[in-house]
Design a protein around this ligand. Structure first.
Ligand SMILES: Nc1ncnc2c1ncn2[C@@H]1O[C@H](COP(=O)(O)OS(=O)(=O)O)[C@@H](OP(=O)(O)O)[C@H]1O
Ligand SMILES: [Mg+2]
Ligand SMILES: [Mg+2]
Ligand SMILES: [Mg+2]
Length: 339
């Protein structure tokens, strides 16, 4: 089955949302210290991005069967305190849609914006098609002026069949910043600029010597156990220090061979959400990589809004995976026996 039409709509939606986010990040970084510590611009971009993606997908595709599993909902915006924020979001959404030329004819009202955001309340699951969206992944990176991503996937009968990842701050080449990664199941992974340069096919590294490998992990120590990653890396013989970047930009970078390994071990009790991994997973898998939980099981996106995982998520190429799994197992055993 081909998902060409859905892919074209998804690329359009994510590129426009990236435009909105770039505008907000620019204003945020130019703002004075006081409004930098004010988190509201981030909220505005998260909601705005979700509204834009939802609006574009529904305009381009059959909106009667539309189902979206997304991170944000409009609860706070419907409160009295949210009124001003909602106005700013509406303005941003309308400016962004108008900037494309094809969507700007009928401006969105506040109610339209709220409805677009709330179309993301689907529970997903094993049957039918569901879009999966993280309107800004790496909100903390976004706030710092670092890496973030707009991540959109499509599930069909519980499997990820499309993945589109915009990484506005990831270098594309020596001269250009901003990458759009996309993958369709069975079709490989491609990368282009956010303003639609000719796509190039990308592939994970073919490295087989862990000593030459480098690894990615979360920027935020609260999101992944950095000590455990360094123990695993040491066991593998990895020499390079960890590369810490925010968001699913890690999956994008890995898919083009920037690094060889991604290690993610959340603190106990944390449940991973599908929108934090769906798009990135397919981008890496179609580029020849392997994504699994710490026990080597494939990720299961059919269980609703959460992933059920054993311990964490590990990503690498096929050659390095056996050694990585062994190092992960030994490290987890050591950690358990030291407690
Ligand atoms: N405690 C904890 N443990 C693990 N993961 C968590 C945790 N808290 C949040 N999150 C999710 O992490 C998403 C950000 O991804 P990263 O960890 O890759 O980037 S970062 O280093 O935090 O910037 C982030 O996505 P966004 O909320 O979209 O930014 C969260 O969904
Ligand atoms: Mg996220
Ligand atoms: Mg997010
Ligand atoms: Mg969040």
């Amino acid at each position: 089955m081909s998902y060409d039409k859905e892919l074209a709509a998804a690329k359009n939606a994510v590129s426009l949302a990236a435009r909105l986010c770039q505008k907000v990040q620019k204003a945020l970084l130019q703002a004075d210290v006081q409004s930098k510590s004010d988190k509201s611009p981030v909220t505005v971009a998260d909601y705005g991005s979700q509204a834009v993606v939802s609006a574009v997908l529904q305009k381009e595709l059959d909106s009667a069967s539309f189902s979206l599993v997304a991170e944000e909902d409009s609860g706070d915006l419907r409160k009295e305190e949210g009124k001003e924020t909602l106005q700013r979001i509406m303005k941003l959404v309308n400016e962004t849609l108008a900037s494309d030329g094809t969507y700007g004819n009928a401006p969105f009202s506040e109610e339209d914006v709220l409805a677009a955001i709330d179309s993301g309340r689907s529970e997903g699951g094993p049957s039918g098609q569901h879009w999966v969206l993280d309107p800004i992944d790496g909100t903390k990176g976004f706030l710092r002026g670092d890496q973030y991503a707009i991540a959109l996937g499509l599930l069909d009968e519980g499997k990820v069949v499309l993945g589109v990842l915009a990484c506005p701050n990831l270098p594309l080449s020596q001269e250009k910043v901003g990458c759009l990664f996309y993958a369709q199941v069975g079709g490989g992974t491609y990368m282009q600029s956010l303003d639609s340069s000719t796509p190039i096919k990308v592939h994970v590294t073919d490295l087989d010597n862990p000593e030459e490998a480098s690894f990615f992990e979360s920027f935020e120590a609260a999101h992944s156990l950095h000590d455990l990653s360094s123990l695993i890396a040491k066991k593998l013989g990895v020499k390079a220090p960890p590369v810490r970047i925010d968001s699913q930009a890690k999956y994008g970078a890995l898919s083009r061979g920037d690094g060889a390994i991604y290690l993610r071990f959340p603190h106990k009790g944390y449940r991973e959400k599908i929108w934090d991994h769906a798009a990135g997973y397919l981008v890496v898998a179609e580029a020849g990589g392997v994504v699994s939980d710490a026990a080597g099981n494939p990720l299961d996106f059919s269980k609703g809004r959460y992933l059920d995982l054993h311990e964490g998520i590990i990503v690498t190429n096929q050659k390095l995976m056996p050694a990585l799994l062994k190092a992960v197992k030994e490290s987890l055993n050591e950690k358990a026996s030291s407690l």
